[in-house]
Design a protein around this ligand. Structure first.
Ligand code: CP
Length: 311
């Protein structure tokens, strides 16, 4: 693997899922692969799971890890030809090349502004690192994608089902703040790529990018959509058409025990209890959120392994 910025960088999804599950059973088997290799993790935004699980994954492979909260470094300029007489002190052209001299792999987390759709969709932060760095890039959640989370989710579904084609429903749920589309986008792409019966439910006005949802069935009737679901993946996102807007916080869309029945409840975390999902679900045996978070390590580890094997 040359990079991991999108789930389509994976050659064979069923195979990588099985490899990740094997790594979970024997995490230190490939400790030699990362000897004298370094991972630099750059954070433009907050993280708990991604930061710790990716560091753990790298260490399981014997890598050294350096972490930089980029907001504590020089302000980066991404535009070509700018007269840098304002806040930006360093251009991505130098920064990416310099960082590449200190490390073998660069992982980047950079959320969207949710103010300028075109700018966010250009993925200018991630793409400029890919363009100017001389080492492989891993996406730790960008403006439009969270491929490490999506791989984690596929691993978790694979672990928890013995059905050939489980019914998986992605349900929007209310949230007080405007959230990105990245987790939903990558989850949709992943579900479209594996053997599941997949559908989406959200209120009117919350349609995601049609280039991503494609022909996935979409329902505005949550109760109907959740019927007989094996997995309910819960996620809030802000409006895509009214870009970045919170149109409503209708509490009727919160995931409750009554709605979910015997289905397994998934969420990428962090989750706002009793706003997005009620306590009774999160505290029940039907919740897979902790297992999901645990699998973040092995999604990152299998991706790093594939990249190290290709260095
Ligand atoms: N799910 C996820 O990416 O968690 P963090 O934002 O804590 O990294």
């Amino acid at each position: 693997m040359k990079k991991y910025t999108d789930i389509h960088d994976i050659e064979n999804i069923p195979k990588i899922i099985q490899e990740a599950i094997a790594l979970k059973a024997n995490p230190f088997q490939y400790e030699h692969l990362g000897k004298h290799k370094t991972l630099v993790m750059l954070f433009f935004n907050s993280s708990l799971r991604t930061r710790l699980s990716t560091e753990k994954a790298a260490k399981n492979l014997g890598m050294d890890v350096m972490i930089l909260d980029i907001n504590n470094a020089w302000n980066l300029e991404f535009k070509d030809g700018t007269i840098m007489n304002l806040d930006s002190a360093e251009h991505i052209k130098e920064a990416a090349q310099v960082i590449s001299q200190y490390t073998d792999v660069i992982a980047v987390r950079a959320f969207p502004s949710l103010k300028n759709k075109e700018e966010d969709e250009s993925e200018y932060i991630l793409n400029n690192f890919t363009k100017y760095a001389s080492v492989p890039i891993i996406n730790m959640e960008s403006a439009t994608a969270h491929p490490l989370q999506a791989l984690t989710d596929a691993i978790t579904i694979s672990e928890l089902t013995n059905k050939k084609k489980p019914k998986v429903v992605l349900s929007w749920a209310p949230h007080p703040k405007a959230l990105p589309h990245a987790v939903a986008n990558s989850f949709i792409k992943m579900m479209q790529s594996i053997d599941v019966d997949f559908s989406i439910t959200h209120p009117e006005g919350y349609a995601l990018d049609p280039n991503i949802t494609k022909n996935t069935p979409i329902s505005y009737d949550q109760e109907e959509a959740l019927k007989d679901a094996d997995f309910v993946y819960v996620k809030n996102w802000s409006s895509y058409d009214n870009y970045g807007q919170v149109l409503d916080q209708n509490p009727d869309w919160m995931i409750t025990q009554e709605k979910i029945g015997n289905a397994t409840c998934m969420h990428c975390l962090p989750v706002r209890r009793n706003m997005v999902i009620e306590d009774a679900v999160l505290d029940s045996d039907n919740s897979a959120v902790i297992q999901q978070a645990g699998n973040r390590t092995f999604a990152a580890q299998v991706v790093l392994k594939k990249i190290l094997e290709n260095l």
